[in-house]
Design a protein around this ligand. Structure first.
Ligand SMILES: NC(=O)c1ccc[n+]([C@@H]2O[C@H](COP(=O)([O-])OP(=O)(O)OC[C@H]3O[C@@H](n4cnc5c(N)ncnc54)[C@H](OP(=O)(O)O)[C@@H]3O)[C@@H](O)[C@H]2O)c1
Length: 244
């Protein structure tokens, strides 16, 4: 299988690359940090059929789309590249907001605008989105990140309805906290935090089983669902206590 993984230079993407590095698979690893991608390529070269790196900033859309046009035929794309702005109760500067939406949302469509027609032509292809449990509820301190991931959920859902009868599998993964450069910046207690390997293994299992929607760890997901089922005034009170 030919697999493109965005955000493969660290964290979840890097670990997924390791897990998919087997003799049947050709890996295309995309991120900005070339040194890290080169190192990973050397590590995985003997395990995968082939490893190619694509050095690219996903928010430079023209360059990104050019890279996609130059790509060989792909069977699965894991849209994992993502950023958070950390946690802040201040008003988000517009440039920061835009940067996050460029990376977390728009880059995915820039990629799919090129790859989707090819998937449709061969009536086969897998699109994996890495959303977040944070898409299900919006904390005052991370509303921009949460909103981008909720937008991703809506986009994934619509794509699935439109294209699943055309042989395209759309998989949306909503992880809780997983150790990575992104979560290393968090200064608060992260409930149910998973190590990177355990998190990536869970994600790979869901992808391999073609789960359309996979939110985990289950206990964290369950608590969030419970919170979401509260009447609005109660939800508001809980949030007020947590973010006073
Ligand atoms: N860790 C968690 O708890 C958690 C939970 C839910 C969802 N997620 C999601 O999982 C995904 C991976 O995050 P992670 O936790 O593994 O964080 P991470 O270690 O910071 O990895 C982020 C990856 O995205 C790449 N990236 C960021 N900006 C980019 C850009 N402009 N162009 C190209 N690549 C870019 C980074 O590579 P370069 O810096 O080299 O470009 C890196 O490889 C994200 O979408 C995140 O929102 C994470």
């Amino acid at each position: 299988m030919k697999i493109l993984i965005t955000g493969a230079s660290s964290g979840i993407g890097e670990e997924l690359a390791r897990l998919y590095a087997v003799k049947e698979n050709e890996l295309y690893l995309l991120a900005r940090r070339e040194d890290r991608l080169q190192k990973l390529k050397s590590e995985l070269a003997n395990h995968a059929k082939a490893v190619k790196i694509i050095v690219c900033d996903v928010s430079e859309f023209d360059k990104l789309q050019q890279k996609m046009r130059e790509l060989d035929e792909i069977d699965m794309v894991i849209l994992n590249a993502g950023i958070s702005l950390g946690h802040s109760l201040e008003i988000t500067p517009f440039d920061e907001f835009k940067r996050l939406y460029d990376v977390n949302i728009l880059s995915n469509h820039a990629i799919l605008e090129i790859l989707l027609p090819r998937f449709l032509e061969k009536k086969n292809g897998k699109i994996v989105f890495i959303s977040s449990l944070a898409s299900l509820f919006s904390m005052p301190s991370s509303k921009v990140y949460s909103s981008s991931k909720r937008a991703l959920n809506a986009y994934a859902e619509g794509l699935r309805y439109k294209y699943e009868s055309h042989g395209i599998k759309v998989i949306n993964i909503l992880p809780g906290f997983i150790k990575s450069e992104l979560t290393d910046k968090n200064k608060f207690y992260m409930p149910f935090l998973l190590d990177t390997h355990t998190g990536a293994v869970a994600i790979k299992k869901a992808i391999d089983k073609n789960k359309k929607f996979y939110a985990f760890p289950f206990r964290f997901y369950f608590l969030i669902k419970l919170f979401l089922s509260l009447p609005p005034f109660l939800k508001h009170r809980v949030i007020k206590v947590l973010f006073k």
